[in-house]
Design a protein around this ligand. Structure first.
Ligand code: LLP
Length: 866
C-alpha cells in the first residue's frame, strides 16, 4: 500500500543537545525553519539531560535493600533540573514543581522496596518528562508556537512472544502501524509544533514502559511511522554515520547515503549514532531518515531511504565489545538429532536472544550481545547450569565482534585477503557471514581488538573492497571534517603544462622527470638526524640524471644487479665504491665477484652462498640481510619478509651464518632488512632497527644497520602524505636506545615517484556495453604497476585539463591482455578524443624501470627537466 505522507517532520535531539541553553536556541531555530520555510508541522522528540538517565538507572537498578546513595541521587537530580531551569530564565517552581514532586515521590513509593519493574520504568522515564517540560516552557517563552505532549498517550508497547518480564517492561517495542484516525487526532493538538519524550511508551497495564537504551531514536522513528512523516531527522553531535567509529579511526568516511538494510546492519553492529531498532519502523512506513549534526548543520549528514542506488562494497567496519560467547559441545554424539532444539530452548527459557551462530558436527557456538540482553553473571550461571544437562558448556568473554557491513559481501571475498591475513594473527573464535549477504563478522578476544580497526579500515580502502571514491555514498573523512581537506601542494607538472604538451607532440609514450622534485625529496631525508647515511635504491629509476641528482644531494646508491653497478660508474665515474651497496637476490656468482672486485659493499642473504662459494667470500667484509619473519607493503607482491618471500636469511639460521662466516674469516659488518615497499606505518622502521640492533649486539663486529627502503607516497586523492615527522621521531627514539650503530636507509620510491609523469596519446575512444574506454598508445608495457599490483595512478587529460564536463572512463593501453588497464572509472572530459595527451601521474618510480616491449611495442622515451 502506498503511504500518503503528511505534513509532519520529526526531529530528535539527544542528551547533549538539550543540556545547554544555546542548544535549545538551536532546536527552536531548526524547528522554526521547518515550520516557516518548509511549511511542515514539527514534532520534537528529546532525551533526558546528559547524565540524567545514568543517575536514574543507578536508582532503578540498585539492589533491593541497598539504599545507600539513592536519596542523594534524587536530591542531585532535583537540584540539577532546578538550576538548569533557572539558567533558562524560567521559574523552577512554576515550570517543574509538579514534575519534581512526582520524581521525589518515587523514592517513597511502596514498589521501591522490591524494585518492582513497573517502578523501575517510572523512575527511568522521569528524565525525558523533565527535559521535555523544560524545553516546552523555554521554547514558548522564546515566542515559538510549541506545545507539550505525553508520548505515552501515543506510543503503545507491544508484548513480543518469549520476551522476559524485564524486556516487556524495560526494553519494549511499540506498535507502529497507526490505527485509523491517529494522524488526525495527533494533528488536532493546537500548537503547530510539539515537543515530546523519547524513551517512554504506554505499557498494556497503563503504566510506563521503557524502550531501552538509545530509545529516543526509536521513539522518533515510531512517531515518524505513525504520522507518516515527511522525514525523521536524528540530530546529534556527530555529522552522521561513518565507515568506522571516528574516535578509533580518524580516516573513517562519512556515509552520505545508505539504504535501510545497510543502515540497519551498521547500527546493529556497533555505530552508536542511531539506535538499531529505529530503522524498521521508518523502513516499513517508507519514511526517509537523516542523521544530522547540531553543531555543523551545513554538512549533508547521512540520508537513509529506499532510493539509494545499490553500490556493492564494504560500507563500514565496526566493533562491539562485551560480547559473550557460549560454546556448546554435544556429548559424544555426531549430528545428534534435536541438539539445537535442546540448547536453543534453554536460551529462550532465560529470555536470551542469540546474535551469531557457528556450528560444526558436534559443537555449536553462539554469541550474546549485551546491548540486547541482560547478560550478567547470574543469568550466565543459570544458563550454563541448564545447558550442562544437554552438553558441555564453555563461556568465553569478554570478546569483541568485528563486523564488515556492505552489500554483496560474497562477491568481495577475493578482495579481503589482507583482512583475513590480519585476523590470521589473532585468535578467531567465530566467523559468521549473514544470510542476507550484508555482513561478515569475526569474534576475537576483546584485548586483541585494540588497535586493529584503523589497520583493517586502511586495508579495506587499499584493496578496493571499500569503494571510497564513489562520492554518492562516501563523504569526507572525519579528519577532513575536523581539520579541513589535506593540504597538498599542486603537483609540479601543472605549471609545466605547455612544455609537457610540446614534448608529447614530439612523440609518446614518454616519461618526463622533474629533477627539482627529486632533489627536494632527497633533502627531506638527508636532513634526518638519526640517519647516518642514505642510499637511493636505483631499481626505482636508474636514469643517469636521476642518479647524479641524488648523489649530488649526498646519497649513496643501492644496486641489485651488476648492470646497475655498471650504470652507477658510467653515470658517475668518480663515485667512491663504499657509497655503493650491492643487495642482489639469487644473483649468479660472477656478479658477487665483480662487485667485490669493484670494492662495493656486498650483502648476502643465505648460508648456501657461503658454503658453495667459499673462495668468493673468504676474508671479505660482508653485510647480512635478514628476514624478520613478516612482510609489509602496499601489495602482497612487494612484501619481502615472511615464509612466502624469497628474500633474507631467516632468524633461525642466523647463528649458522655467523659460524660459517667465521670459518671463512669473513667479517659481518652490517645487518640489513627490507621488509617491503609502500609501508604506511611510520613506526615500521624503528621496529626494524630495534630488531636488528638486538641481534647486532650478539655478533660483535656490526657497525652498520640498514633498515631498508619502503617509504610510501600518496598516490590516491584521499591518501595522506607520509608523516615524515613521525618517522623521524621514531628513529630518533630508537637510535637513542642503540646509539652505537650507523643507521642507514635505502628508499627508492619516495625520492622519485612524484617526480615522474608518463605522457601518452589517445588512440581511440570507445563505448562497449555501457563502459566507456579511452585507449592510449601505451599501457601495461609502459607502466606495469596497475596491472601488476592494482596500483592507482592519477590520470589526467593534459589537453583538456580545465574541462570539467566529465564522465567515467576506463583508461586502457594497446596490449593484448585484459589486464592492460591503467585506471578504471576515472572521471575524464567527455570531449576526450584521438590525439589528446594523457598524463599518468606519480610514475617516476618503477615506471620506466619495469617497462617492456611486449607485443613488440617500443619502449617509452625518457626526458628530464631541470
Ligand atoms: N631496498 C631493497 C633491498 C629493495 O628490494 C627495495 C625495493 C628498496 C630498498 C626500495 O624500496 P622502496 O623505497 O622503493 O619502496 N615494483 C614495486 C616495488 C618493488 C620494490 C622492490 N624493492 C612497485 O612498483 O610498487
Amino acid at each position: 500500500m502506498e503511504t500518503q505522507q503528511t505534513g509532519w517532520v520529526v526531529l530528535k535531539f539527544g542528551g547533549t543537545s538539550v543540556s545547554r541553553r544555546n542548544r535549545w536556541d538551536t532546536i527552536g531555530r531548526l524547528a522554526g525553519k521547518r515550520l516557516r520555510e518548509d511549511g511542515r508541522r514539527v514534532l520534537v522528540v528529546v532525551s533526558a539531560l546528559s547524565g540524567v538517565t545514568n543517575e536514574l538507572q543507578a536508582i532503578a537498578y540498585a539492589p533491593a535493600g541497598d539504599d545507600g546513595g539513592i536519596p542523594a541521587r534524587f536530591a542531585g537530580l532535583v537540584e540539577r533540573h532546578r538550576t538548569f531551569c533557572a539558567e533558562l530564565g524560567l521559574d523552577p517552581d512554576t515550570v517543574l514543581g509538579e514534575r519534581l514532586a512526582t520524581l521525589v515521590a518515587l523514592e517513597t513509593d511502596p514498589r521501591a522496596a522490591v524494585r518492582a519493574l513497573d517502578w523501575q520504568a517510572e523512575v527511568l522515564g522521569q528524565g525525558e518528562l523533565l527535559s521535555s517540560t523544560l524545553g516546552a516552557a523555554y521554547l514558548s517563552s522564546q515566542g515559538h508556537d510549541f506545545g507539550w505532549c505525553d508520548a505515552r498517550e501515543w506510543l503503545d508497547a507491544v508484548s513480543l512472544p518469549n520476551a522476559s518480564e524485564w524486556a516487556q517492561r524495560l526494553s519494549v517495542n511499540c506498535r507502529h502501524h497507526a490505527e485509523p484516525g491517529f494522524v488526525e487526532r495527533f494533528s488536532a493538538q493546537p500548537t503547530r509544533m510539539l515537543i515530546t519524550q523519547g524513551f517512554i511508551a504506554r505499557h498494556g497495564d497503563g503504566g510506563t514502559a521503557i524502550l531501552g537504551r538509545g530509545g529516543s531514536d526509536t521513539s522518533a522513528a515510531y512517531f515518524g511511522a505513525l504520522l507518516k512523516a515527511q522525514r525523521v531527522e536524528i540530530w546529534t553531535d556527530v555529522p552522521g554515520m561513518f565507515s568506522a567509529n571516528p574516535r578509533e579511526v580518524p580516516d573513517a568516511r562519512l556515509l552520505a547515503r545508505l539504504d535501510y538494510a545497510e543502515a540497519q546492519e551498521i547500527a546493529t553492529t556497533g555505530a552508536k549514532v542511531l539506535h538499531p531498532r529505529s530503522i524498521a519502523p521508518c523502513r516499513d512506513a517508507g519514511v526517509p531518515m537523516a542523521i544530522l549534526d547540531t553543531e555543523r548543520f551545513d554538512l549533508p549528514g547521512t540520508r537513509i531511504d529506499a532510493s539509494a542506488a545499490t553500490v556493492p562494497g564494504v560500507k563500514a567496519i565496526s566493533r562491539r565489545n562485551g560480547i559473550v560467547l557460549v560454546s556448546m559441545e554435544s556429548i559424544g554424539m555426531w549430528q545428534q538429532v534435536g541438539f539445537l532444539a535442546d540448547v536453543f530452548e534453554r536460551f529462550k527459557r532465560h529470555g536470551l536472544s542469540i546474535d551469531l551462530i557457528g556450528s560444526s558436527e558436534t559443537n555449536v557456538t553462539v554469541s550474546l550481545d549485551p546491548s540486547e540482553n541482560l547478560v550478567n553473571s547470574n543469568v550466565l550461571e543459570a544458563l550454563s547450569a541448564d545447558l550442562a544437562e544437554v552438553c558441555r558448556v564453555k563461556v568465553i568473554a569478554p570478546c569483541a565482534a568485528i563486523t564488515l557491513v556492505g552489500r554483496g559481501m560474497r562477491s568481495l571475498l577475493h578482495r579481503l585477503s589482507d583482512i583475513w591475513a590480519a585476523f590470521g594473527r589473532e585468535r578467531v573464535h567465530l566467523i559468521s557471514q549473514s544470510s542476507n549477504d550484508l555482513n561478515l563478522t569475526f569474534v576475537i578476544d576483546e584485548a586483541d581488538a585494540d588497535g586493529l580497526l584503523p589497520h583493517l579500515h586502511h586495508e579495506l580502502i587499499r584493496s578496493g573492497a571499500m569503494p571510497v571514491r564513489d562520492d554518492s555514498v562516501f563523504g569526507p573523512s572525519w579528519r577532513e571534517i575536523a581539520d579541513g581537506k589535506p593540504q597538498r601542494a599542486a603537483p609540479w607538472w601543472q605549471a609545466q603544462r605547455p612544455r609537457l604538451l610540446a614534448m608529447a607532440a614530439a612523440g609518446t609514450p614518454r616519461y618526463v622527470y622533474d629533477l627539482a622534485t627529486v632533489r627536494e625529496r632527497a633533502r627531506a631525508l638527508i636532513g634526518t638526524a638519526a640517519v647516518d647515511r642514505c642510499f637511493y635504491a636505483m631499481k626505482a629509476n636508474s636514469h643517469p640524471a636521476v642518479l647524479r641528482a641524488v648523489v649530488g644531494e649526498g646519497f649513496g646508491l643501492e644496486c641489485v644487479s651488476l648492470a646497475e653497478i655498471e650504470r652507477v660508474f658510467q653515470a658517475i665515474p668518480h663515485m667512491a665504491p663504499e657509497r655503493v651497496l650491492f643487495t642482489p637476490s639469487f644473483a649468479p656468482r660472477h656478479e658477487y665477484e665483480a662487485a667485490l672486485k669493484r670494492g662495493v659493499i656486498v650483502t648476502l642473504d643465505n648460508v648456501e652462498a657461503l658454503k658453495r662459494w667459499p673462495e668468493t667470500f673468504r676474508g671479505r667484509t660482508l653485510w647480512l640481510r635478514l628476514d624478520l619473519g613478516h612482510g609489509e607493503g602496499h601489495h602482497e607482491k612487494v612484501r619481502t619478509g615472511g615464509v612466502a618471500a624469497k628474500f633474507g636469511l631467516p632468524l633461525a639460521r642466523f647463528d649458522a651464518f655467523v659460524d660459517e662466516a667465521r670459518k671463512l674469516g669473513a667479517r659481518i659488518s652490517g645487518l640489513h632488512a627490507h621488509l617491503g615497499s609502500g609501508i604506511d606505518d611510520p613506526q615500521h622502521w624503528r621496529g626494524v632497527y630495534a630488531s636488528l640492533a638486538g641481534l647486532a649486539d650478539s655478533v660483535g663486529t656490526i657497525e652498520t644497520i640498514d633498515i631498508g627502503g619502503g617509504l610510501p607516497v600518496a598516490y590516491t586523492p584521499e591518501a595522506r602524505e607520509f608523516d615524515l615527522g613521525a618517522w623521524r621521531a621514531g628513529l630518533d627514539e630508537i637510535k637513542a636506545a642503540y646509539p652505537r650503530y650507523g643507521l642507514i636507509v635505502e628508499p627508492g620510491r619516495y625520492l622519485v615517484a612524484e617526480s615522474g609523469v608518463l605522457l601518452l596519446s589517445v588512440t581511440q575512444v570507445v563505448e562497449k556495453d555501457g563502459v566507456r574506454r579511452i585507449g592510449c598508445d601505451a599501457g601495461m608495457n609502459a607502466l606495469m604497476r596497475p596491472a601488476m599490483y592494482e596500483a592507482y595512478h592519477g590520470i589526467h587529460n593534459l589537453s583538456r585539463l580545465d574541462d570539467a564536463d566529465n564522465a567515467a572512463f576506463d583508461v586502457v593501453g594497446p596490449v593484448c591482455e585484459s589486464s592492460d588497464v591503467l585506471g578504471r572509472a576515472r572521471l575524464l572530459p567527455k570531449a576526450t578524443e584521438e590525439g589528446d595527451t594523457i598524463l599518468v601521474a606519480d610514475a617516476g618510480a618503477y615506471g620506466m624501470a619495469m617497462a617492456n616491449s611486449y607485443n613488440l611495442r617500443a619502449l617509452p622515451v625518457e626526458e628530464v627537466l631541470g
